[in-house]
Structure formats: C-alpha cells, structure tokens
Design a protein. Structure first.
Lengths: 282, 533, 366
C-alpha cells in the first residue's frame, strides 16, 4: 500500500476537525430530522425525475446511479461533487471503498449532524438498499476496500477453534480501546471507542478494514480475512450472544468500577436497612 | 461395689459439674450470659465486616481445594470454548476450572469476591461511624489503631487475592505494583527484583502471593480481629448519651438470649446478601480477560474499589519528576508510596492528636453526637471527600466514556477537586454542625415549634412553643441544659424517648419527662421487677 | 421484697432458699454482676394474644420458607444443567438460581431469627456498671516494684560485662535468622551478564549477535506491506519465547504513519536532543515500546488521526509525531523508540535494542 492513500487525506481533514472548538456531542435531534427530511425530499424528487444527472456518468451501473442520486442530495455538500472532497468540510471519498460507506452510513455516522470531533452513531438515515446503492456508487467512482461476499461469522461446528483464536486476536488488537467486554472506552480529549454490543458482522468487518475515524486500519495483510472473521465470531458469539454465566446482571462488564458501586448501593444499603430494623424500636 | 445407674436426666448436671471442676467456668459463664450490650443500628456495621470475614474464610477454603498457584504455561482444554487451545498459566487455568468445571464453583468464587468487597466496604462505613461519634477516644485508641491495621491488611488481602487468577486484568495490576516498588528511592529495583524473583513477572509471584493470601494475611487478620473483639468485650461497648446512660454504665440488653439471637440472625442476613449478590451480579468475569500477557490490556483497567483511591491519586498526579544529579524520583512515588503511607498513619495518630489539641485525657464511654465536635466532623469530611474524589478518579475513564465527558477534563476536574473540595467540605460540615448545635440550644431554651400562631391583643403574631421542661410563673419555659442527647424537635416526638407505658410492669419514668437532664433521670424510685417472663 | 434504689448493689439472697423462683436466682446473678433490669416487658397483652399468634405464624412461615428455599437450592444444585455452553442456555442460570435460592433462604432464616428475638422475646432495658477503673495505686506500685525486682535478680545492671556480652552474643542470632529470609529473596537487578532493567528481547545479544526480527504473536515475521497506513501492529522479538511473559518488557507497537505525519515524526526524531532517536524510523514506519514509562501498562490505545498513544491505566498520552513525548497525564518520560530496518529477506528487524530504558521509571535509571 502506498503512503498517499485517500484514507490519509480523509484523516487529514478529520484531524483538523478534531481541533475544532466545539466538541459537544449531544445529539441535535432537530438537525437530524431536518437532514432526514431534506434527504427524503431529495430522494423522492430524484425518484420521480430519473436520469436528471445520468448524462455525466454513463458508465455507472444502475445501482450506482441510484446511489449517486442519494449522494447528490445528502453527501455532496461536504464531500463535494463526485466525491472529490471539500476543504475544511469533508474528505475526498476517492479510494475509501464501499466498505467504508457501508460502515459510516450503515451505522448512521454519516451523514453527520454537524461538524464535530467524532461522528456519533445514530439511527441510520438510509435503509440497507440505499446504503448499498451509495456504497456501489462510491466504489465505482474511486475504488477501495470492499466487504467480501458470504457470511462473516465462522461456523463453530466445522471450525470450533475459531472462537478461541478470535478471542486471542481480539485481546491483542481490540481490547485496549474497546475493552475486554467490548463495552467501549474513553480516548483522549472526549474521543471514545464505541461499544461493540450492537455491531453487525458487516460493520465490524468494514471498521477493521477501513479504520474509521481514530481507529487504526487493519488491512488484509495484517489481519487476514480469515482472522477478521475469527474476531467477528468472538465478538458476536461470545460477547454479544453468550449470556453471562455469572449472574442475571453483568454490571456492564465494566469491571471493578461498577462492582464497587454495586457493593455500596446494594450490599451496604440492604444491610444498613437491616440493622436499622434490628435496632429499631417497633 | 454398688453399680451406679446412669441417670439420663442428671447427665447435663454431671457434665456441667465436671466442666466446672476442671475449668471453674460457672462464674465467667454467668458473666458472659449476663453481659449487657447497648443497642443501636450503627453498632452493627462492624458486624457486617466480621460476618463477611467468616464467609470469606469458608468460601476461601473451598477455593483452595481447586486452585493451583503455579505459573507453568499450559494449553487450556476445558469446557470454555472461547479460550480452548490458548496458552496460559496453571493458576489461570485452575481459576477457569473452578468457574466452569467445578459444580457451583463459579458461585463460590463470586461469593468470595463479593464477600471481600463487602468486608472492605463495611470496614469503611464502620470506621466512619467510629470516627464521627468519637468512639476512638480514650480508652479505645488502641482498638482504633487495630481497626486501621485491619483495613490495611484487608487491602493487601484483597490485592493479593485479586492477583491470584493471573488473568489479563490482575496481571496489569501486578505490573503497576511492580512499578510502584520501582519508584522507591535507592532500593526500588532491588525490592521489585526480590519480590518478583528477578524481572517482572517472573515465575514465582503467584505462588508467593498465594501463601500470603491464604496463610500470612488471614492469620494476621484472624489474630487482630480476635484482639479487636476481645478489647471491645473487655472495655465494654460505647453507648450514646441518653436517659439513664452515664459514663460508668452500659444501658442495653443482656447478651443472652435476645442480643445473641439478633447477632445470629444478622449473620444469616449478611450471608444471605452475599449469596444473593453472588448469584445476581456477575463479578470479575476472568474468562473474558484472558491470560495475562504483557502486551495486552483493556480500556477501563481498574483495581477493586478499595484500591481505586490509590489508582486515582496516581492518575491525578502531575508529571513532576525530581532529579538528584544522576538519580531521579518518579512522580508515582508521591501518590502510591507517600500517599498510601499517609492515609494509613495519619488516622492511626488521630486519637492522640485530638486528645492533645483538646487537652482531653479523660475516659470516654459515652459517644458524642457528631454536631458536638464540629472540628472532628470537618476533618473527617475533609478526609472522606479526599478519599471519594480519589476513588472516583480511579474510575474516571469509565465515567468519561459513559457520560460523554472528556477524559482530560475528568483528570483536571479531579486534580482541582482534590485541592479545593476537601477544605470546602470542612467548612460546610463545620457550619452545618454549628447550625444544628444552635438549633438544639434554641429548642431547649424556648421549646418545640408547634406551628400554632397566636395573635396578641396588640396585633402581634407569635408562634406558640411547647416547653420541653418546667415553666416559670409566666408560663415561659425554663431553659434546659444540653446533655448531649437527641433533642426532640417535633411535637409528636415528645415523649417518644421514654419507655412505653404498657406492659406488665409499672413505668419507671413518666412519659412526658423524656428530655430531661441526667441528674433528674437517675434518681427516680423504681418498683422492683417481680418475675421474668 | 422492696424497691431497690438505682446505684445500690442490693441485698444478697440465699440462692439455696427453696422458695425462690428461677427468676429470683437469675436476678441474684444479675446483682452479683452489677446489672439492674430497668424494664422487662412483653410486646403483648396477656399470653396467647391475637397479635402474638399472628407474629408466631409469620415467624414460622419465615422458617418454613427458608427450609423450602434451601431445599430448592439443593434440588437445583443437583438437577439443574450446570455445564457452561456457548450461547443463551439454561446453564447460564445455574449461578443465579443458586444465589437466589440460597440468598433468599438465608435471608428468611435470618429474618425469622431476628423477628423472633425482636417481637417475641420480652423487651428489656438493663443497666450494667462498667467498672473500668484503673488499678489502685498500691497495685500499680506492687506490679512495678516486682518487675524492677526481677531486673535486679537478673543483675544485668550491676554486671556491665554481661550486658555487653549479651548484646554481642545475641545480635548475630537475630541477623542469622533474618539473613536467609532476606538473602534468599535478594536478586541483583543490575547483574552484568544480564542487565534486566536495560535489556529487552530485541537486544542482538540474546539472538547470537544477529539483529532480532519483529514478529507477530505467533512468531511470524513482518513485511512492511503487512501494516496498512494508519494501522498499527503489536510486535514481539523474534526469539524463542519472544511473545511470552519471559520478555514482558519487549512488546512494541509498530505504526505505519501517513506520509505527512511520517515527515513530521522523522523531523522530530532526527532533531532529537540527545540524538537517540535519530535514524530510527524506516520509511513511514515507526516503532515505540508498548510498555508505558509510567507504570508499565501497555500504552496501546492508538488514535490514528490525532497520532496519540493513550495508556488505559493512568491516562498518560504520548504524541507519536514528537518522539512519543508525554503530552498529558502522569508520565514524565517519552516512550523509547525501537530502531527499525529491513533485512535482506524484506522483513522488519530491530537495528539495535531500545536506546532509552524501557518500562517504568526508577531511581538509578541512567
């Protein structure tokens, strides 16, 4: 891989953004709804006026053309015409690949509600079909990493080792930020690694492949597709689906901090009330 | 020779006689049966610690039956699929074995861990009770010191136990412990090398911690707990001031049967709460942490809550390194070594410091209401605030993450808070104490506010106060002396302090007389009790 | 008998008097222990009152409930599937069921006993005199004089030679007992043949003088292509047991920087004040020790956009583009940089060991 990748350019813009003064991450519901409404209006408009922009890129596939229509209403203001990027607003999308789109749009991080240090996960604005169309469009204009076809979770019947190997890789590569339990963790100055509790295998794969925001990139040379699948197997089967055997509540798997809160809020409180009753007059 | 017939009915008597012949037990036994204990809910907090220690011993013995304190590398092939084939130490493997292949083993492990947290938490609460009520004053200074040492021992028992499974989280804790040893001037590297038998982590630390955790520290704990209780027994428990209660008596109930039954029932309750928590809340899921690897770490790496204050202080410490020529003192030395040392030695010295300051060398068997010594409350609140901020800072990354606060801002908030809030807590609690004192005096002087407003002939409105004691010829209450007792402040609570009227026996005090000074309370004639029921 | 004044010890009774009730004898015991029962009353009006029966019923219910729950604990302990299985299984409820049945069983037992003591037993108020007076002056004098007499008997004071001889004769014993304890534990951390504080697995001396390869956890070597730009990889020395805790100070973070970040980093490394980091980068790759210079945790939270490394234990933050200097938190020292190069087969090797001391700081660190 050369050093001058589009991902680098993207990072440059993000890096500048991280230094922006406002880091308040509270969701601005109104802005989101506004954007959603605009996107919907634009989508409806393009749906009824097909081919309005079709002459420019005759080589696009049908799906990509649909994607372009969405792009031109929802993404173009920051990422520029044909994904060229807009200085100070959005990075170029040339070479980021469909995997990146599937992650960013599929988790609702894109479109962003506003310019801020870290794009917040929120309910996605586009359905799966639209996301795929967008991804197809971005793939066709610039290329880049793509999600592999087929299932991303190993079958433990045929490959029982996948879980443990995935766990080992998870602990070497992922826990430092996302935590042993996959609950996420804080990074410097208000940035954070999100929880993996609700991530789909596709999102996990895309995130490793493209390194969204401050997450490092785990290219296919570093973690082979097979290893990525093992990690995904561990996250989905062990961390997400396996019920904790040690109790009805796992205290968020945050470790000693929530356990310490629990011993005071539950243990000491119950026993203090008991002793109040024991020594009470009634 | 006549053959003696065995008389079963006489057997207990014969047995008791035999015991007394040999051990002269009758008189001490009577003393024990009759010993009077004062009753107050706050006197039961220390019991929580005692009872959780009993649970700790029981569950701990169970765990030793399966635990292998060895750092030999083995490949896991147990039930837990997520680690199968992973290389790990035998200690970690046997901890997994307890969790997954010993029936009920996970439950026992979790009980042990929750009991440990409850042990430490109740020690803290108990210490706060003793401190704020002045129960540490002469003649109980030594027992206070023993209590502080018990906390320190609990701290080390907890840390060594937490390290034993040799999982990813506890290994990180060990690494930090080694780094703390390294910060000691001159001997740091030697100390760490001695304890870890060379370079960290070495091959012996789990074995050494194991023997400390199951023999040395519990032995010391057991001995000191025995001494702690023995001294309480010998010196007799303190009591709150109140009617009939003086510095030279104990007012309460006899140890048998009622008090002892309450203790037994409370033990069951403590045990029950531990078992309930062990079943309902998962604690320390070591299978998720993986074996300890020097390269692996998790976000939100924390010690158990009672060590968190130290971790928090280390997090908040600015990066000030002191250089002495070619040598240097790392900043972690201050919070981890000096901080920990001060946090344990200053409380130990406090009873003598306070006695010296107040020039009070008398024996105190009556507790003090916290408000009656605002200075002490202020100091205690200052220390507690410091401890709480440090503890919270020990988990500041979790707070930053879950409440969407900048991590750096949390650190700075902790640094500033640690300097500003304790003095503020001192000031506020002293003022609150003085305010409460003043209100007590006001009620004693003027009576209880009734909420009834009276209009005087001249048009003035006044609130009627119900006097607590006798009144003068104008109907104004004669101001009462403050006796260190609770002062009733609501109309309907007047009289509540006196014993109930109903029952087999005549009341010993008239109900309305409740809030009077001890001089009045002690001299009333009482009818003798004719029979026990 | 007549009323007894509070504070008096009362009159003794003859406990062998056949007319005395059992309670009279108990009271005589109390009198001897200086205890006075002030109130002693039942909670109920008369025996077998309605309220009493209700409470007895409730307490009996609690005892029975405890028995049922504890039995349930036993049944579940034996019969419930308990072997862990992946996924959401019945066995996941084994521990909760044990906890809930045993916990509630113990709590009901506890509350049954407590309610019995509290509600059924008569409420009493007793006063016992403390007798906490110190020993009399005479007693103190006698004890003190006795101790002094013992010292006199020993006569050490009068025989100075003995005093010196005892001191000199017994001190070595103390030392002799202490020596094995201390001596057995002592390890020289600065042994010349293996200076553990200053040498990591990347030192060629541990590899027969050859430069040590950077490897993955499984021991496979790494080509520059293997790490994407904006990516990082935890690497270990390519020697036997290089990735185990035998070499706990060796884990290193290999980072592939983007071109302009790499330029900044290279400028900073080449302009390094003490020159140690000069020329340590290879291309756009830089490798820093993963072991935090503060407390030794892996400082491995790599933020690829802001180029920071964060340590999760105490939140020290290091700036990758500036020789990994600490920019926030308690760390005072930068992360050591591993001099990188590529061998003839195209795999990363360490050109030499770390030039700064790896790991937490200590007193005599050069």
């Amino acid at each position: 891989m050369t050093s001058d990748t589009p991902a680098r350019r993207r990072a440059r813009v993000f890096a500048r953004r991280a230094g922006a003064p406002s880091r308040v991450r509270r969701r601005l519901g109104a802005a989101v709804r506004m954007l959603a409404a605009l996107a919907l209006a634009g989508g409806v408009y393009t749906a009824f006026t097909p081919g309005a922009f079709a002459e420019d890129n005759v080589q696009l596939s049908a799906a990509a053309q649909e994607g372009k229509a969405i792009y031109d209403t929802s993404c173009i203001s920051c990422h520029g015409r044909d994904g060229q990027g807009v200085t100070e607003r959005g990075p170029s999308l040339i070479g980021v690949g469909s995997a990146s789109v599937e992650f960013q749009v599929g988790t609702g991080r894109m479109p962003m509600a506003r310019q801020e240090g870290q794009a917040e996960q929120k309910p996605p604005q586009f359905d799966d079909a639209q996301t795929e169309q967008l991804a197809q469009y971005v793939q066709e204009i610039g290329g880049g990493p793509e999600l592999p076809a087929g299932t991303l979770v190993e079958d433990l019947e045929s490959n029982p080792d996948a879980l443990a190997r995935g766990g080992e890789l998870f602990r070497v590569n992922c826990t430092s930020c996302h935590g042993f339990g996959g609950g996420g963790g804080a990074l410097s100055s208000g940035k954070y690694a999100p929880s993996l509790g609700a991530s789909t295998p596709e999102q996990l794969y895309a995130a490793m492949l493209t390194g969204p925001q401050n997450m490092p990139v785990f290219g296919d040379n570093q973690l082979t597709p097979e290893q990525k699948k093992q990690i995904i197997t561990y996250i989905t089967l062990q961390l997400q689906e396996d019920k904790d055997p040690g109790g009805l509540f796992n205290l968020g798997r945050y470790g000693p901090s929530t356990e310490g809160v629990a011993i005071f809020l539950v243990g000491i409180t119950l026993l203090v009330f008991t002793s109040l009753w024991i020594a009470g007059k009634s | 020779m006549k053959r003696r017939k065995m008389d079963l009915a006489e057997a207990p008597k014969t047995f008791a006689k035999g015991v007394d012949d040999r051990f002269q037990a009758a008189t001490p036994l009577r003393g024990l049966l009759n010993k009077v204990f004062p009753d107050h809910w706050s006197f039961l907090l220390g019991e929580i610690a005692l009872f959780s220690f009993v649970v700790l011993l029981g569950t701990g013995i169970f765990l030793t039956l399966f635990f292998d304190p060895s750092m030999k590398e083995v490949a896991y092939d147990g039930e837990y699929l997520g680690l199968r084939g992973t290389m790990m130490s035998a200690a970690y493997e046997s901890s997994l074995h307890i969790s997954f292949e010993v029936r009920g083993g996970l439950f026992m492990r979790q009980m042990h861990h929750w009991a440990a947290l409850l042990f430490m938490a109740s020690i803290i609460v108990h210490m706060a009770r003793v401190f704020f009520t002045g129960a540490f004053r002469k003649p109980r200074e030594i027992n206070w010191v023993i209590g502080v040492i018990l906390f320190l021992l609990g701290f080390f028992a907890g840390f060594t136990g937490y390290s034993l499974p040799d999982d990813g989280l506890s290994g990180t804790g060990l690494r930090i412990a080694s780094a703390i040893m390294l910060t000691l001037p001159v001997i740091g590297t030697w100390l760490s090398a001695a304890i870890f038998d060379g370079e960290f982590p070495g091959h012996v630390i789990i074995g050494r911690f194991y023997i400390a955790h199951v023999l040395l520290i519990p032995g010391l704990l057991l001995a000191l707990i025995a001494a702690h209780l023995g001294i309480v027994f010998k010196q007799k428990h303190t009591q709150w001031p109140g009617p009939l209660r003086t510095n030279t008596n104990v007012v309460g109930e006899r140890m048998f049967p009622r008090y002892a039954m309450k203790q037994g029932g409370f033990f069951m309750a403590v045990f029950g709460v531990i078992a309930l928590m062990a079943g309902v809340f998962q604690i320390n899921p070591i299978w998720l942490f993986g074996p300890y690897r020097a390269a692996e770490v998790s976000s939100a790496s924390q010690p158990d809550f009672y060590v968190m204050f130290m971790d928090g202080l280390v997090r908040l410490m600015p990066n000030w390194q002191i250089y002495f020529g070619n040598y240097s003192l790392p900043p972690m030395f201050w919070p981890a070594v000096v901080g920990l040392g001060a946090l344990f030695t200053l409380p130990m010295a406090y009873p003598w410091l306070e006695a010296r300051k107040l020039k009070d060398y008398r024996t105190h068997n009556l507790l003090q209401r916290p408000r009656d010594n605002p200075e002490r409350v202020g100091i205690g609140m200052m220390a507690l605030t410091f401890f709480v901020i440090a503890t919270i800072s020990g988990g500041n990354d979790v707070i930053a993450d879950k409440f969407h606060i900048s991590l750096n801002a949390m650190t700075w908030a902790g640094r500033i808070g640690l300097v500003i809030l304790p003095p503020l807590a001192y000031y506020i609690s002293v003022r609150i104490c003085l305010g409460l004192q003043q209100h007590d005096r006001q009620v004693l002087a003027h009576g209880v506010e009734t909420g009834i407003i009276k209009r005087l002939p001249n048009g003035k409105f006044v609130e009627i106060h119900q006097p607590l004691g006798p009144v003068d010829e104008h109907g104004h209450p004669i101001p009462l002396e403050y006796a260190g007792w609770t002062v009733p402040k609501k109309m309907n609570r007047i009289g509540a302090l006196a014993p109930a009227v109903k029952g087999f026996f005549f009341p010993v005090e008239k109900p309305a007389e409740a809030p009077v000074s001890p001089a009045v309370g002690g001299t009333t004639k009482r009818e003798e009790i004719k029979s026990g029921r | 008998m007549t009323a007894v004044d509070h504070g008096e010890t009362g009159t003794p009774v003859d406990v062998n008097d056949p007319h005395l009730t059992r309670f009279d004898i108990v009271k005589e015991g109390l009198r001897r222990d200086d205890i006075e029962i002030v109130t002693y009353e039942s909670h109920f009006h008369g025996p077998n009152s309605k309220a009493e029966k209700r409470i007895v019923r409730n307490i009996s219910f609690l005892f029975l409930l405890s028995g049922v729950l504890t039995l349930a604990f036993l049944v579940f302990y034996i019969a419930w599937p308990w072997k862990w299985e992946l996924g959401h299984q019945l066995s996941d409820y084994y521990t909760p069921i044990l906890g809930v049945t045993l916990g509630l069983g113990l709590l009901s037992l506890g509350f049954a006993i407590l309610a019995w003591a509290k509600k059924l037993l008569p409420h009493e108020l007793s006063i016992q005199q403390r007798h906490g007076e110190p020993s009399s002056d005479d007693e103190r004098l006698i004890a003190g004089q006795t101790m002094l007499y013992v010292a006199d008997e020993l006569g050490v004071q009068r025989r100075p030679l003995l005093k010196g001889a005892i001191a000199l004769g017994m001190a070595p014993l103390g030392l002799a007992i202490g020596a094995p304890v201390i001596g057995g534990l002592i390890q020289n951390p600065h042994k010349d043949e293996e200076p553990m504080m200053y040498r990591t697995g990347f030192n060629p001396a541990g590899n027969g003088g050859k430069p040590v390869r950077l490897t993955r956890e499984d021991g496979s070597p790494i080509r520059p292509d293997d790490v994407s730009a904006g990516g990082q990889m935890t690497v270990y020395p390519g020697i036997p047991h290089g990735a185990t805790n035998e070499h706990a100070d060796s884990p290193t973070l290999l980072i592939h920087l983007r071109a302009d970040d790499a330029a900044t980093t290279r400028a900073a490394a080449d302009g390094d004040k003490n020159g140690r980091n000069k020329g340590s980068m290879w291309g756009n790759y830089v490798a820093y020790s993963k072991i935090c210079t503060h407390a030794g945790c892996p400082a491995s939270l790599y933020e690829q956009q802001t180029n920071r490394l964060l340590c999760p234990c105490h939140q020290s933050q290091f700036l990758i583009t500036d020789n990994a200097q600490p920019v926030f938190g308690p760390a005072t020292r930068r992360l050591p940089m591993l001099p990188l190069t590529v061998d003839e087969e195209g795999f990363f090797v360490a050109a030499s060991d770390f030039k700064d001391t790896v790991g937490p700081d200590f007193w005599e660190r050069p």
